[in-house]
Design a protein around this ligand. Structure first.
Ligand code: ZN
Ligand code: ZN
Length: 253
């Protein structure tokens, strides 16, 4: 399995792309940076996109992606997400006001994208991968994803405050190579993390006590301007499994 980090920032600025992962060049998880990180040829190679939740930083390149692949693909790209997330995409984005509804263009029978619901806990066997959405604890319905092949696995929590099921799952996956989770606000803004259902480094430290396996933990979703304050706070957790997830990192397992 090859995992490519297209973007892992909780805010956008030069050198800091929004959230997106690409597995084996074909399966994306979240769409915050598809069109900034990938060439047009690479975008045409993306066959399905699992979306964690409807927040803009996880979906914002979908419109430009659909335009780029228009005319270059015979098979619709599957956009797979919770029903609530798909509903938000239909109502607020692909609504013929903000952007054309590419789920019926050029024709309803053969569109550019096709919306497909995922059921939490169900495993999807696609493109040589097994992808399982797991509910997490965010302001809107949100799932993390377990992605596996026959040799390796990784978990992406997406945006979440305190959560249990994902850690319980991580503790029983034998070939887990990487656990990606978030830290979104400095410790001083614990109230904001609570209100928006995110983690601070302090809260992250408590969460990671639930992770009983010795596996690298990649931290994502810092806001660029908060990095100088948050990096020492993350280091102060004192957990040797932690490292910062880097944009453009590639993992091959
Ligand atoms: Zn979010
Ligand atoms: Zn986010």
């Amino acid at each position: 399995m090859e995992l490519r980090v297209l973007g892992c920032s909780g805010g956008e600025a030069d050198g800091h792309r929004l959230t997106g992962l690409l597995v084996n060049g074909q399966v994306a998880i979240d769409a915050g940076s598809l069109t900034q990180a990938l060439t047009v040829e690479e975008q045409i190679g993306v066959r399905r996109i699992f979306i964690s939740h409807s927040h803009l930083d996880h979906i914002c390149t979908l419109p430009f992606f659909t335009k780029n692949i228009f005319g270059h693909t015979d098979v619709p790209v599957e956009i797979q997400a919770l029903p609530e997330t798909l509903d938000a995409l239909r109502r607020h984005l692909f609504n013929d006001e903000l952007w054309p509804d590419f789920s019926v263009i050029p024709s309803p029978d053969n569109p550019i994208i096709r919306f497909s619901e995922v059921v939490p806990g169900r495993t999807y066997h696609q493109d040589g991968l097994r992808v399982t959405p797991i509910p997490v604890n965010h302001l809107v319905p949100c799932v993390g994803y377990l992605v596996e092949d026959d040799h390796s696995a990784f978990i992406f929590s997406s945006d979440t405050a305190e959560t249990d099921e994902l850690y319980a799952l991580a503790n029983r996956i034998p070939n887990l190579k990487l656990f990606i989770t978030e830290a979104s606000f400095p410790n001083e803004q614990g109230w904001l993390a609570e209100a928006s259902k995110h983690l601070t480094p302090e809260k992250l430290g408590r969460e990671l006590q639930k992770l009983k396996v010795d596996v690298p933990v990649g931290i994502y979703h810092l806001t660029p301007g908060d990095r100088p304050v948050m990096l020492p706070q993350i280091q102060a957790i004192g957990d040797s499994r932690i490292h910062m997830l880097d944009q453009d990192a590639r993992f091959t397992w």
